[in-house]
Write a protein that binds this ligand. Sequence first.
Ligand SMILES: [Zn+2]
Length: 406
Amino acid sequence: MLKIRKAYKYRLKTNSNIENKLLQYNGSARFLWNKCLAMNLERLEKRQAILWYNELAFWLTVWKRSEEYGFLKECPSQVLQQKLMDLEKAFKDCFDKSQPLKRTPVFKKRRLNDGIRFPQGFKIDNRRIFLPKIGWVGFYKSRDICGIIKNVTVTHRGGQWFASIQVEETIEIGKHASFSEIGIDVGIKCFAAYSDGSKVEGVHSFRKHEEQLALEQRKLSRKKKGSKNWKKQKIKIAKLHRKIANVRSDFLHKLSTEISENQAKVYVEGLQIRNMSASARGTIENPGQNIKAKSGLNKSILDQGWFEFKRQLDYKLFWRGGILVEVNPKHTSQRCSCCGHTAKENRVSQVAFKCQVCCHEDNADINAAKNILTVGQTGMVCGSNRISDRKQKPAGTREELLPQAC
Ligand SMILES: [Zn+2]
């Protein structure tokens, strides 16, 4: 038995009265985050210990009583406390050596990082939700909620408001229904190539709408900032962004669900996508090369959402008793999946693979997927598999298999 958390997201039926309150609370929460972050960053600079939740909560009560920051009183206290907890967690994560990708927390920008969480005090009644200091708000109930409700987060995106209802569910993790195993190579040309020879084209939701987006952006730049038409155009652009995000999210979820249902073990390249998409520009002392090409690649990588795809595969497989295994990506694109001959020359072009020794011909991505499967399977046999460790770890941990271990 395992406790997992899921979130159900619904669009809220707001009116201007509710929206004004939500904007105000968001503003207060953001103000508090930025103020406390600034305090802590200053302390870090002076080599002083940073303030944790308890000290910050004390300062919050002081500020609430002051004239200058008295507006914080209007906002539900728990919303502000949750922001302080988030900040504490962000600092703890950034100091945590086991999470090398975590960075120092950053300042929140207006409208960009809006989101407030209600840990309690809310009620849910069929198609409406009660939020403290706001009242009953209707929502578009697209599906039923299962599990014990833990908290509600209200977010704002593209002119619409959403409530994410987080629930806790107890699931039993048994054996996966199938014994099937597959290697997947994620690429730029096609989204995913499978070791069984099939391929999935990506949606390229962003590229497809890029031209339209550029057109609308140009229109915006010609309008007077702050004018009625400028605001209208802003909403139009926000809608387009939302559409792109929705298309991508839908595609990734459908694909990851399908794979996790049919495959018990999935092997993927242990590619650090975040590192790959790191700044191509470099620093002033050490400028990057091929900035244009790399930023094009960045856009493709992020557009396709590989990182999110792997994250979804990881937890969905885990819930169904399957497993996602990351393998060392070394030479997977240059090795022949038939005879094992490894050479740069095998890669005839971006799409074609032809072995220089045994003349085996294949699609380059599918050849790579077959290699990933082989590396993964041989690694497993050699005893470097760590599935037993995995059972104790929460979803989200991955293991890396090295082919050299054999
Ligand atoms: Zn060969």
